[in-house]
Design a protein around this ligand. Structure first.
Ligand SMILES: [Zn+2]
Length: 433
């Protein structure tokens, strides 16, 4: 059965009950692999119409067991309990309960197709499908073989779907009402898709724009962080030694500017996977998060001390980085050229970790601040300190691009967006070769 339902606003329940009417005939029979299910799917804009959401029958190609939601690349736990230790935007340090209370899927079948019987099941399967779609373009968009990525993390990736949260508090467990939507835990390689809020018209948990952004964090870890979690943890004895070491282990996980670059790359990955320039449209229309959009109102690095210009703290640095990449991406009119650019971006990210240790980046990079050495992230930008870090990063990043039109274009975008503070004269030397 093919069922389409447009999903502009909160039509979920209306949409859903008509699905049940046509298929709730008690046929809970066996379904065969590859599984097919009715899920909520994003349809990118085309030359004839804008973006839309439909409920449609799709194959869950890598799902191996419908009862346990185990698959070759992703295994999903419904429910479960997550203890939050700290969170940095959508990057999170948390631990999960080893024996979570699992929820079950509720579905019926129609002609061998899984038809969800409740909203959670629809969204869980839709989210699984969105992860699969993100993975499906991985080889093309980064050059990495999905099997290699899986091997690097001793995969599959674990996805916690709508877990309960507790905050780490002495002797008590406080449940959070999270402002968080979705998150990636670089230490455990787990993804968390949090409970829906009434404000979301397309729930974050099923939104491929959000999921491909989160997956961007996993790719940043695999490339820039050389597949290491490198969580910064305070140790009083080490602080002085750290302040004298530009490359102490864990520095990048807490540096304001690098956190921003991580977010920006993730936004770029979301764009590459979905062709959409704003991660938050559809999900949070009531908060027009235009400043995070790749095509939103213009701002530059030196304005980022002003929250009115962009209120997203280090995310705003990420938006500048993503916008510079997007500016180049737009010059590629066909998909294979765009994907080739995306692979060069990924390779540059992979190499920039080493390039940071070479000239000119290592000379531009400031010694770690006391806060960085103490594993504390500032909540506000420091133009000179963070600007020196973005300058060093951009020099390291650009070094991997060969001379030509593309590098020229990228350098120009970065100059315009990061200015003299965020992309210093010393760093721009790499644009000349
Ligand atoms: Zn993020």
């Amino acid at each position: 059965m093919k069922f389409n339902c447009h999903f502009k606003t909160l039509l979920l329940s209306a949409c859903f009950s008509s699905t049940l009417l046509t298929s709730c005939d008690g046929e809970q029979s066996k379904v065969n692999k590859p599984y097919r299910a009715e899920i909520l799917k994003f349809v990118p804009s085309s030359t004839t119409s804008g973006e839309s959401w439909v409920v449609a029958e799709q194959e869950l190609a890598t799902l191996e067991n419908l009862d346990t939601l185990e698959g070759s690349f992703f295994s999903m736990t419904l429910g479960g309990l997550i203890k939050i230790n700290s969170n940095i935007g959508s990057l999170i340090d948390a631990s999960s309960n080893s024996s979570p209370v699992r929820a079950n899927l509720r579905y019926t079948t129609k002609n061998g197709v899984i038809v969800p019987r409740d909203t959670s099941t629809l969204l869980a399967l839709s989210s699984y499908f969105a992860f699969e779609q993100t993975l499906a373009v991985l080889q093309e968009s980064t050059g990495i073989d999905p099997n290699e990525l899986k091997k690097n993390i001793n995969g599959p990736y674990r996805i916690y779907f709508e877990p309960s949260l507790t905050e780490k508090v002495e002797n008590e467990s406080a449940f959070l009402t999270p402002k968080l939507n979705a998150a990636f835990n670089p230490e455990s390689n787990d993804f968390y898709l949090f409970r829906r809020s009434e404000l979301e018209s397309i729930p974050f948990s099923a939104n491929i724009k959000v999921i491909s952004h989160e997956f961007g964090h996993a790719l940043f870890k695999n490339s820039f962080n050389a597949n290491s979690a490198e969580i910064c943890r305070t140790s009083e004895e080490e602080i002085n030694a750290r302040m004298a070491d530009k490359f102490f282990s864990g520095r990048w996980s807490n540096e304001y500017a690098i956190s921003g670059i991580n977010e920006g790359f993730s936004d770029f990955n979301s764009y590459i996977v979905t062709s959409s320039t704003n991660v938050f449209t559809d999900s949070l229309p009531r908060f027009s998060s235009e400043s995070r959009s790749l095509t939103g109102p213009a701002f530059v690095f030196s304005q980022l001390t002003n929250d009115i210009v962009c209120s997203g703290r280090f995310y705003c640095i990420g938006t500048l980085f993503a916008r510079a990449l997007y500016g180049v991406a737009q010059s590629y009119k066909n998909r294979s050229d765009l994907m080739a650019f995306s692979r060069r971006v990924y390779t540059a990210l992979e190499k920039s970790r080493e390039n940071l240790r070479a000239s000119p980046a290592k000379d531009i990079l400031p010694m770690p601040s006391k806060e960085a050495a103490t594993c504390i992230r500032r909540s506000k930008l420091s133009l000179s300190y963070d600007g020196a870090i973005t300058s060093a990063f951009l020099a390291a990043f650009l070094q991997s691009f060969s001379a030509g039109e593309e590098k020229k274009n990228l350098c120009e975008n970065l100059r315009n967006l990061f200015g003299n503070y965020g992309f210093s004269q010393e760093a721009r030397i790499v644009c000349e070769s």
